[in-house]
Design a protein around this ligand. Structure first.
Ligand code: MN
Length: 437
């Protein structure tokens, strides 16, 4: 499939991808678009001109909104129909409606450089899982020793917790260093102040489609058709706040100050060629078979390359490229997105359009594939060396973190783009509490 627009030969944003996002341009409010190469195709314009009708002819518009929720709520048949129609409208040898109309092209096709990206959805609920075996093993080893690294439940269910939707932000949003209670000395009282152990978590997130009614669990057979698409997630974490507060109810203020997502939602359908079996969940791999509701017959895993890069303030001033500190892959997840969603609703909990669910930190087996600074620096005991001679254990003010992702097989490339955020000092907001040193 060749589009009628010129794309770089190695673009991860060809017709096989077509990720959805919410964008605005000067003087025009936010609406829905798809990315094609370094262009954004304005779906609001196409919808207004009758070139696409996601909800069916005569039904209300879904792409004029500043979120994807209305489109997500329509379900997988509507997503498939719109995706096919867009591929037809945008290919060189496809439908002429857009391709051959100079007026329409001028209105509907916007250079990527001219747009501001927004959060792709109004996120009602955000849930974060803990689905990478190596990450859970690394953290468990650090805090409990190698014999007790995985808790007894871990191989039987996708462990998760309810996160905070209000502080989910789009890529590029600065992150103010959080302050809170910590207890650096186990024999002394807790102290209050800016987090000294500020960290990232490299995660893959997905948005829920229509969802389920309260009291009606989603079965595994329907789970795939309920997943709208995927984004990269940086689940910023303050390890010192987390360590002191998490007993016995789990993550709270060490996590809910910010979670960043990439702006382009890669459709579930675009990742079909990258589904792989994943680690066997049965005795052949020495693992317990999950309970029947969690068994997934089709390939569970996704082969997506993931990268963590760091740009310090000094590197930025020197004009140096961000330094790659870790490379991982989504195939390092033991529990799949479908299993996460099915488990989340098995008690009758209702998932709704635009809900965000994230995988948990994705770490591979090699130290260079760990998805957090907690693991990369092994709790601060092994500082990372940067090209300019600087070192890092955890993040400093001015540090900018870039997570990126791409699925590649032969000539087929599906890009996720990146999710970035820069750490601002704790006193960079007006007002607030006086901070003890
Ligand atoms: Mn997380």
């Amino acid at each position: 499939m060749t589009p009628f627009l010129d794309l770089a030969s190695d673009s991860g944003f060809g017709l096989a991808n077509l990720p959805y996002g919410v964008f605005s341009t000067a003087g025009h409010p936010a609406r829905v678009g798809v990315r094609l190469g370094d262009w954004v195709v304005d779906l609001d314009v196409l919808e207004q001109h009758g070139l696409i009708a996601a909800a069916g002819a005569g039904r209300g518009p879904v792409f004029s909104h500043a979120s994807l929720n209305a489109f997500m709520a329509l379900g997988a048949d509507a997503w498939d129909a719109v995706r096919s129609r867009l591929q037809d409208l945008l290919r060189a040898d496809g439908a002429p409606d857009l391709r051959d109309s100079a007026t329409l092209r001028e209105h509907a096709i916007v250079p990527l450089a001219d747009v501001t990206m927004h959060l792709p959805a109004e996120i009602g609920d955000y849930t974060d899982f803990y689905s990478s075996r190596q990450h859970a093993t690394n953290v468990g080893t650090m805090f409990r020793g190698p014999e007790n690294a995985l808790m007894p439940n871990w191989l039987h269910l996708p462990v998760g917790y309810h996160g905070r939707a209000s502080s989910v932000v789009v890529s590029g949003t600065d992150v103010v260093r959080p302050s809170g209670q910590q207890r650096p000395d186990d024999d002394a009282p807790p102290v209050f102040g800016p987090s000294k152990l500020l960290d990232i978590e490299l995660e893959l997130g997905f948005f829920v489609g229509p969802g389920n009614d309260l009291g009606s669990p989603l079965p595994m057979a329907e789970a795939g058709r309920q997943i709208f698409g995927f984004v990269l997630v940086n689940d910023w974490s303050a390890r010192d706040i987390q360590k002191w507060e998490y007993v016995p109810l789990g993550p709270f203020l060490g996590k809910n100050f910010a979670t960043s997502v990439s702006p382009w939602v890669v459709p579930y359908a675009a990742l079909e060629p990258f589904r792989i079996p994943g680690e066997a969940q049965d005795a052949s791999a020495g693992n317990p078979e999950p309970l029947p509701y969690l068994r997934q017959p089709e390939p569970r895993s996704l082969d997506i390359d993931l990268t963590v890069a760091l740009e310090t303030a000094a590197m930025r001033e020197a004009g140096a490229d961000p330094h790659v500190v870790a490379t991982s892959n989504a195939k390092n997840l033991y529990w799949s997105p479908e299993q996460q969603l099915v488990h989340h609703t098995v008690n009758g909990c209702n998932a709704r359009p635009g809900d965000l669910m994230a995988s948990g930190t994705i770490s591979g087996e090699e130290p260079g594939s760990y998805g957090s600074f907690l693991e990369l620096s092994w709790r601060g005991t092994r500082p990372l060396s940067l090209p300019d001679g600087d070192t890092r254990t955890f993040l400093r003010d001015g540090d900018r973190v870039l997570l990126s992702g791409e699925a590649v097989r032969g000539d087929l490339r599906i890009g996720f783009g990146e999710v970035t955020g820069t750490i601002l000092p704790s006193d960079s907001t007006a007002g607030g509490l006086p901070l003890a040193s």
